[in-house]
Design a protein around this ligand. Structure first.
Ligand code: PLP
Length: 352
């Protein structure tokens, strides 16, 4: 079978050795029982969850005064759980850096007053808003650290006493994140961690308080325990993916590779006579690279041209169109060089 490179923004590509391992173990993880038939309260499954947490703590250098929660509902449920659980004054600050942050803002409005402390809407989200100079009297400041759709990211953090909350769905484990600078981090797992169905929340323990909330929605009910049946398959695969990340050299090595892969593609786009990147400058994402020819029909022709050559999922997000290559941890360098070759081939065809 010809090699296929999957540039999907999510669910994203997973390491092939992990997929093979999962396939080999699927019918019988232990004593003829499949992992998806196993009680989440069994010792065998308990060990998997423990290992997953240990690996995540090691990879992200998560200190003991932070709890790690394994939830469901995607990053989208966190758009509500964050304000529900961190609500003190009922005033929340948000940076409006793209479509996902807009959705987070819309949901937070159900639980209090949202202060939009910065917005890059005027640049059509081709840039990121600056950190606010002075922010106080709010329960937290929320940021989407990597904007999956628009292809921008933050690399610097502000000096602030207000707890920082970050959506790291599309850059978790792809680049170093200084956990101690945040009050709370959350991420849907389906890009860099494992299959859909698992959501990670990393929260400083002093921010967890008992709340008068339905049990699933209260962080306090999930601390150091599985409240209900989790997405067991996703947890199991995530543990294997994290083992792979550790074997490959950890997050620092992933970041080094992602820097290299994204630089290759940005350089190709910056010198192409046909394609160009939608984001310029220092806030370009390492993981999500939107680009275009400037013409919808030519973009679509390229998407199809690439697909017939085994490069799939290069369409931009349905809300913005154009093209986008997502370069998560499991995308090998060869996938990027192949994409660049196919771009050159397409440019040549246009001249013939
Ligand atoms: N936030 C970001 C930055 C995303 O990229 C996504 C999905 O792509 C979401 C939130 C929504 O995540 P979910 O589908 O897990 O709810």
């Amino acid at each position: 079978m010809a090699v296929v490179y999957n540039f999907s923004a999510g669910p994203g590509v997973l390491p092939e050795p992990v997929l093979r391992e999962v396939q080999a173990e699927f019918l019988s993880y232990k004593q003829g029982v499949s992992i998806v038939e196993m009680s989440h309260r069994s010792d065998t499954f308990g060990t998997i969850v423990e290992q997953l947490e240990t690996r995540l703590r090691r990879l992200m250098h998560i200190p003991d005064d932070y709890a790690v929660l394994f939830l469901q509902g995607g990053a989208t449920l966190q758009f509500s759980m964050v304000p529900m659980n961190l609500r003190e004054t009922g005033r929340f600050a948000y940076l409006d850096s793209g479509i996902w942050s807009k959705k987070a803002i819309a949901d937070a409005k159900h639980f209090g007053d949202v202060i939009v402390a910065g917005s890059s809407a005027a640049s059509n989200y081709g840039t990121i808003p600056d950190w606010p100079e002075h922010i106080q009297d709010v329960d937290y400041l929320h940021v989407t650290l990597n904007n999956t759709i628009e292809g921008t990211r933050y690399t610097k953090l502000p000096d602030t006493d207000v707890p920082l909350v970050a959506d790291v769905s599309s850059n978790i484990l792809a680049e170093a994140i200084d956990v101690q600078r945040y009050g709370l981090l959350y991420a849907g797992a389906q890009k860099n961690i494992g299959p859909a169905g698992l959501t990670l929340v990393i929260i400083r323990r002093d921010l967890i308080t008992e709340r008068d909330l339905p049990s699933y929605l209260a962080y306090s009910k999930h601390v150091d325990t599985l409240l209900n049946t989790p997405s067991t398959f996703s947890l199991y695969v995530a543990e294997r993916v994290l083992a792979w990340v550790e074997t490959e050299g950890g997050v620092e090595e992933m970041e080094r590779r992602n820097e290299k892969k994204s630089k290759l593609l940005y350089d190709a786009l910056d010198t192409s006579p046909l394609f160009y990147a939608l984001v310029s400058g220092k806030n370009r994402s390492l993981t999500n690279i939107p680009f275009t020819t400037g013409d919808d029909a030519t973009d679509e022709a390229f998407r199809q041209f690439a697909e017939t050559r085994g490069l799939i999922e290069l369409g931009g997000h349905r809300s913005v169109g154009g093209l986008r290559a997502s370069l998560y941890n499991a995308m090998p360098l060869e996938g990027v060089t192949r994409l660049i070759d196919v771009m050159h081939e397409f440019e040549q065809e246009g001249q013939d």
